[in-house]
Design a protein around this ligand. Structure first.
Ligand SMILES: Nc1ncnc2c1ncn2[C@@H]1O[C@H](COP(=O)(O)OP(=O)(O)OP(=O)(O)O)[C@@H](O)[C@H]1O
Ligand SMILES: [Mg+2]
Length: 317
């Protein structure tokens, strides 16, 4: 088997459309970015920019009336040959292994991932049994270990409790444990702390970072909060209206943004991007021409990519 490459995922020219009564909405247009292995890639952008749709494409959970209309997502797991997630047929075994096995997802609201009628211990061990051929005893033991790893104390007793007996922060810890039990190569977190109190948010972010460093998996972290990006991510993908406007290291993008939209996003932090609040109106602080005209991504000499006309980039090229 070939050595796995530097990028665990390579998204190329991804197109997603939603067909509704009023016509076709292009939710994603020509979205391309890499997810480097063993690092944290943040996708940032205001509400409706296409962050969740992008994540759902990687998991292949886009539901009608949405549809992937073009592009590819090359997934390069360390234990299998690389394949294109977009072109997998609905009955391909790799699709089942992908969801919750190779790639897991943590959503904003923990109760969407948890069932109210089963105990926490049952749900975490079930996540193990779904993807691995081990006995119930082994699954229970491993579930307990994983719950301890995510900071749940008094595990044996708590595993017999139901999610409603847990606080919001503890539930999100359980969801993270469920997402990690199969040792996924990629963990996608879609605004996992937005529904939590500020202090709990900070704890969960620290937890995600610590687990990523310990388990060495690749993380895609979706957020509209650039403060969180600075704290957590290695790379940043900036999205707006279903397109990618800028890609670079955290340092590049946060310290010296090139695209006017990214600059606007940063300038707007104190006013608009308070933790837990949504960014809605960056376009109003940026010249509309800069962001409404699509340009292909251009690679600059420092390696970052930006969607601007080449002639405007001068000696950055
Ligand atoms: N079920 C749907 N039906 C029709 N259009 C949809 C649907 N889901 C998403 N879209 C379209 O895709 C776009 C991107 O949605 P997406 O959920 O990815 O935004 P987001 O960046 O995750 O926003 P948020 O920060 O609010 O979660 C939306 O603006 C909308 O046009
Ligand atoms: Mg979303």
């Amino acid at each position: 088997m070939p050595e796995p490459g530097k990028n665990v995922l390579e998204v190329r020219d991804l197109e997603v459309e939603f067909r509704t009564d009023t016509g076709i909405t292009n939710a994603l247009t020509g979205v391309s970015f890499d997810v480097p292995r063993g690092e944290v890639t943040a996708i940032v952008g205001e509400s409706g920019s296409g962050k969740s749709v992008t994540a759902n494409c990687i998991m292949r959970i886009i539901q009608p009336p949405g549809k992937i209309a073009g592009g590819s997502i090359r997934f390069d797991p360390s234990d299998l040959d690389a394949f294109d997630v977009v072109s997998l047929g609905p009955k391909d075994d790799r699709l089942y292994d992908l969801r919750g096995g190779h790639i897991s997802m943590v959503f904003q609201e923990p109760m969407t991932a948890l069932s109210p009628v089963y105990t926490v211990g049952n749900q975490v061990s079930e996540a193990i049994l779904c993807h691995r051929d081990v006995s119930e005893e082994v699954a229970w033991r491993e579930a307990a270990e994983m719950l301890e790893l995510v900071g749940i104390t008094d595990t044996e007793r708590r595993m017999h409790m139901y999610p409603f007996e847990f606080s919001g922060g503890m539930r999100q810890r359980v969801v993270i444990a469920m997402a990690l039990v199969c040792n996924p190569e990629v963990l996608i977190c879609d605004e996992p702390t937005t529904a939590l109190d500020v202090t709990i948010q900070a704890e969960i972010l620290t937890l995600i970072r610590e687990l990523q460093q310990r388990l060495n998996n690749s993380v895609i972290f979706i957020t509209h909060d650039l403060g969180v990006v600075a704290q957590l991510a290695d790379h940043v993908v900036v999205m707006y209206q279903g397109r990618v406007l800028e890609i670079g290291s955290v340092r590049q993008v946060l310290k010296a943004p090139v695209h006017p939209y990214t600059k606007g996003l940063l300038a707007a932090i104190p006013g608009l991007a308070k933790k837990g609040e949504r960014l809605e109106t960056i376009a109003s602080v940026v010249g509309d021409d800069d962001i409404s005209t699509p340009h292909p991504l251009v690679t600059l000499k420092d390696g970052r990519q930006v969607s601007l006309p080449a002639e405007s980039l001068g000696d950055l090229l």
